[in-house]
Design a protein. Structure first.
Lengths: 485, 282
């Protein structure tokens, strides 16, 4: 093990944080400009890898949310609503170009605020965010082809609440289709990761986007609640936990609000005995350790066919020994920091429960930095189906391993959670991939790959993983009123 | 300094191999420039270039193709003043009307750029066949498409007929308006500086009646848009095109109103549908 680790020793390759200017404090972005909150309260956002305070951020109260919604309404009934679709498209294209132009800055800021490895923010989060704006821009003047009747209309003002795991990317999933369809938005980023949304607000200014089309209100749960419950919000879009999703569904009951919910998951990654094992192991690692496992569609349950269990587990442990955990700003880092102390405590609580349930915990030798929030890559074997670590979303770098003998058993176990967001299948047999895909109760099925995202590809869950889709033609439906009879 | 207007073939700007040129005048008959008078061999060279470029262009991701075409619109807009002057001279329009035409041409590129990654979603589908099969139909580009550009609308009309060929992933040999070819040559300069690979679009100037039969009968051309020819000539061209079962778009009775919503006709004309079957079962 020691010699192997030495073979993988890399010299530090830190990205420069001088690439981004972080202001000491940020206001709310309302009506095209940064404004102070009505009651002047603020909170700190820290870098989870060092616990260093990055900036003070305004906390929006109900009065601020109301002001933002009114700004969005004015833009909707005003310039944005009256604008020709082809002109609207150009603004969305321009936002895509601005993200591309300022990609490095956004990537550095994302990694500082979120704790994810710079390699991921640079190569995944930011380019995919730009792609989302680019793809959706093209829809703006093609809505008649979206399958919603000859002349579908925007819904109005969208209140959007996003999580901390992919801050800029989730913003783009929300804002790009909303704007392309002709809506205006008030978006609340997560309280632990507000900074890229606030930089995006500057991009809206650079794009000369009409004031009020995009409004950003920062804050915690209460701010989000004020936003989704605001009577003049026509459409609610939420990505986050299933518990909050249920609370939102209750809160808007009896209103005319339209809603889409993208909630938790407990995806099964199913490995058959004919799968290419090395490729499958890479997929398993990517499936659960990408972004520290802070991924709603993470492959957090590994289902291995019994006949290849030893081979897969040996190979998996060997591979985990090569993962580099540490400074997220280092370009060689594979696993960054856990996003917050609260999340770290939740991961600890659930993994302790896993051990109490009788599962066996294993982690590779792995030094954790002293400052910041860290959790080593962890694998549980001997996990019972009813164990909390097989049922509940951990949202951390923790893999629960179960076994199966037949395809039917794999399907039954894979579907045996309240969730239904995603699943993975690893086999060389095409007909089995398609049979499995037809049986799995999940909104996305990856075969011989995992964690693939594309703006053209609809994403969203079955069951308690939520409803509605984001991306693709189906995703546009979330922001349009059909003009069918 | 006056510019020499040449052909655009395989990413380069050659003169006609025939060494011929012809005088181009403005709408009032005043001399503007000499344009290359393309020949049969120029047309054949252009088809070779288009075929060579097809594998690469059709193989790019739709996202990448969309970005490249959007870039064309950006570069086109950067040369707006030049196009306004050329379109005004060619079509006898007042500067304001010429400006509106150029703006519409820019918007048309943007419109088609946005189609690259949506065509499959709007035109393709999964098919619920009555059996344990996965069955999917997707559009794919036809191949090399010859286009006879409209004779009156020298830029907007031209863009409206070539952009859909490129958006769908086919490559193109276009014969510009015979009497109004200069905006087309300048468009070639835009394309040459917009990340569009050489050969993806090839622009010929000259007499449509002379060049068109060679393209219509060419065995390595998969489709032909007869837009810029008259109805009488179109019949012979359509017959020649039958030799290798080309897809044919017939010319309109009179030149279209290019400012109207183009719809999907010119996109679907240059797309094939491929259906893939695969069994489903453990």
């Amino acid at each position: 093990m020691t010699s192997e680790r030495r073979a993988f020793a890399y010299a530090p390759a830190p990205e420069s944080r001088a690439l981004v200017d972080i202001k000491p404090s940020y206001g709310l972005f309302v009506g095209g400009e940064f404004v102070d909150p009505a009651d002047g309260t603020s909170f700190k956002t820290i870098s989870p890898s060092s616990e260093e305070v990055l900036a003070e951020v305004a906390e929006a109260g109900p009065a601020d949310v109301d002001r933002a919604v009114r700004a969005a309404r004015r833009a909707f009934t005003g310039p944005w609503g009256r604008m020709r679709a082809a002109e609207r498209a150009k603004y969305v294209f321009r936002l895509a170009r601005l993200i591309q132009e300022r990609a490095r800055e956004l990537a550095v800021l994302e990694t500082l605020d979120n704790g994810k490895p710079i390699r991921e923010s640079r190569d995944v989060d930011v380019p995919t965010a730009a792609a989302h704006f680019f793809y959706h821009a093209g829809w703006a003047d093609k809505l008649a082809y979206a399958g919603l009747g000859p002349d579908p209309k925007p819904i109005g003002v969208a209140g959007q609440v996003i999580p901390w795991n992919f801050p800029l990317l989730m913003l783009s999933w929300k804002i790009a289709p909303a704007l392309a369809a002709g809506n205006t938005v008030v978006l609340k980023p997560a309280e632990t990761t507000p900074l890229t949304a606030l930089l995006f607000a500057e991009l809206c200014q650079q794009a000369d986007l009409p004031p009020g089309v995009v409004n950003i209100v920062t804050g915690a749960g209460a701010t989000g609640q004020a936003l989704v419950e605001h009577p003049d919000v026509d459409k609610v879009a939420f990505t986050g936990s299933t518990d909050v999703g249920k609370a939102i569904a209750r809160a808007i009951a009896g209103t005319d609000k339209r809603v889409t919910l993208e909630l938790g998951g407990k995806a099964a990654n199913i490995v058959f005995d004919d799968a290419p094992i090395d490729q499958a192991v890479e997929g398993i690692v990517n499936g659960i350790f990408f972004n520290q496992g802070h991924v709603c569609c993470a492959g957090s349950r590994l289902l291995v066919q019994e006949s290849v269990y030893d081979e897969v587990l040996d190979s998996l442990r060997r591979r985990l020994g090569t993962l580099r955990l540490g400074d997220p700003m280092d370009k060689n880092t594979d696993i960054g920091a856990i996003n917050s102390l609260a999340q770290l405590q939740r991961i600890r609580e659930l993994t302790d429960a896993g051990e109490a349930d009788g599962a066996e915990r294993w982690s590779p030798p792995c030094e954790l930095p002293e400052q910041g929030f860290w959790f080593p890559p962890t694998v549980f074997t001997g996990v019972g189906q009813s164990s909390r670590i097989a049922q509940e979303e951990i949202f951390g770098p923790v893999l629960s391993v179960l076994t199966f003998r037949t395809p039917d058993e794999a399907v039954a176990k894979a579907n045996n959670t309240p969730y239904g967001l995603s699943a993975g299948v690893w086999t060389e047999k095409g007909s089995r991939i398609l049979w499995m895909a037809s049986k799995l109760r999940a909104g996305v099925v990856w075969a011989n790959t995992f964690n693939r995202f594309d703006p053209t590809s609809p994403f969203g869950g079955y069951k308690e993983s939520g409803f509605g889709r984001e991306g693709g033609r189906q995703g546009m439906a979330a922001y349009l009123r059909s003009t069918d009879a | 300094m006056r510019k020499t207007y040449k052909l655009y073939i395989g990413g380069a700007f050659p003169r006609s191999e025939s060494g011929r040129s012809y005088a181009v005048t403005d709408s009032r008959g005043r001399f503007l420039a000499n344009a290359a008078q393309g020949s049969r061999k120029d047309a054949r060279d252009a088809v070779v270039a288009a075929r060579k470029a097809f594998g690469g262009w059709s193989g790019t991701t739709a996202y990448n193709r969309g970005q490249v075409l959007y870039r064309v619109a950006e570069v086109l807009e950067g040369r707006r003043d030049q196009f306004v002057a050329e379109v005004a001279a060619a079509e006898g329009l007042a500067p304001r009307a010429a400006g509106a035409t150029v703006d519409a041409a820019i918007d048309r590129w943007v419109w088609y750029a946005g189609w690259t990654d949506k065509l499959t979603q709007v035109l393709g589908n999964a098919n619920p066949v009555a059996g344990p099969y996965f069955n999917l139909s997707v559009p794919e580009p036809t191949g090399v498409v010859a286009v006879l550009a409209p004779q009156a609308s020298s830029l907007l009309g031209l863009v409206s007929v070539v952009a859909p060929v490129l958006a769908g992933g086919s490559t193109c040999v276009v014969v510009a308006s015979s009497a109004r070819p200069l905006p087309a040559v300048t468009l070639g300069e835009v394309l040459a500086t917009s990340d569009v690979p050489g050969g993806v679009i090839n622009i010929l100037t000259g007499a449509v009646a002379e060049i068109a039969p060679w393209l219509a009968s060419h065995a390595d051309v998969n489709g032909i848009d007869l837009c810029g020819t008259d109805l009488a000539d179109a019949v012979d061209l359509e017959r020649a095109a039958a030799g290798n079962v080309k897809r044919v778009l017939r010319p309109p009775a009179s030149e279209s109103d290019w400012s109207a919503d183009p719809g999907l006709t010119r996109l679907t004309a240059w797309l094939e549908t491929k259906t893939v079957w695969h069994p489903m079962g453990v």
